[in-house]
Design a protein around this ligand. Structure first.
Ligand code: NDP
Length: 265
């Protein structure tokens, strides 16, 4: 048996922390594995690329999560429900697909303790999988988005939805930026006046963007709110993916002890 090979597929992938996270855990735990990055331009070539590179498992990031879903022979029930796969493992020439973004996010949120009502700013792919898991766990999720198009699916699934124009604010325990506003610009995810209504009564604010203090988190802190960026979500989705890669040989906390070093280097 040689070294087990893993990779992250995406476009772009040069910024991804996943190789560092997984390689730190392989080394620390003494597992003979190696994790690389692969810029995949054509998502429809995902399966043939996977086999050509002789991989045992991959993570998939933007923009290939739907292609990853389509490439799998078997789907975990939750991945099937949300239609997005970010982790694939190969067993006997068959590809098994999982979604670890959503359980990673759930763990991040569960660390806040007494939270029941959550306001999502944004209705993209990440909002879709994470809202489903939060609701399954009993949270009450409202989805607010700048435009109506992406809200339709959420409304059909029974979520309370609104655009900035139709929003009637209530009190939310958590306010979460699920948009890419602030990632490569200095935008807030919603008009400042609206945010200044929902942030003060909240217990805390969360951003899924990691590695920088976004305008949203700065505003939340100016209101004296505890905040969390997307680093824990990234770490936790990686730990859960690693559990699949290594067939549940290690505990969550053992993996975490090595993988979290990627965030302090
Ligand atoms: P999508 O492209 O699927 O959705 C983008 C969403 O953001 C849409 O609702 C869009 O609204 C909204 N949006 C974009 N720009 C603005 C803006 N300037 N003002 C208001 N709303 C805006 O993105 P994803 O769901 O894939 O990703 C969302 C974020 O989550 C990204 O920043 C990504 O980096 C982060 N992420 C973090 C992870 C982690 O591990 N920490 C994991 C996965 C994602 P509209 O419908 O009107 O266009």
């Amino acid at each position: 048996m040689g070294t087990d090979l893993f990779a992250i597929f995406g476009n772009p992938v040069s910024h991804s922390k996943s190789p560092l996270m997984h390689n730190l855990a392989f080394k620390g735990l003494g597992y003979d594995g190696c994790y690389n990055r692969y810029r995949l331009e054509d998502g429809s070539k995902l399966k043939e690329t996977f086999f050509a590179l002789k991989l045992k498992g991959i993570n998939i990031t933007v923009p290939h999560k739907e292609h990853a879903y389509a490439a799998c022979d078997e789907l975990d029930p939750f991945a099937k429900k949300v239609g997005a796969v970010n982790t694939i493992i190969e067993k006997e020439r068959k590809l098994y697909g999982y979604n670890t973004d959503a359980p990673g996010f759930l763990k991040t949120i569960s660390e806040f303790g007494d939270v029941k009502t959550v306001l999502f700013l944004g209705a993209g792919g990440t909002a879709q999988s994470t809202s489903a898991i939060l609701r399954d766990e009993g949270y009450d999720v409202t989805i607010l988005n700048r435009s109506a198009g992406r809200l339709e699916k959420f409304a059909q699934n029974g979520f309370t939805t609104a655009t900035f124009e139709t929003f009637i604010p209530e009190t939310y325990d958590l306010v979460i930026n699920m948009t890419s506003a602030g990632l490569e610009d200095d935008d807030l995810p919603a008009p400042e006046a609206l945010l200044n209504t929902v942030i003060p009564p909240a217990q805390a604010c969360v951003d899924v963007i990691y590695g920088k203090k976004t305008p949203f988190l700065k505003l939340a802190q100016s209101h004296g709110k505890p905040t969390k960026d997307g680093s824990d979500m990234l770490l936790y989705q990686g730990i859960i993916a690693f559990e699949h890669f290594t067939e549940h040989r290690y505990t969550f906390d053992a993996i975490k002890s090595y993988m979290q070093k990627a965030f302090i280097l």
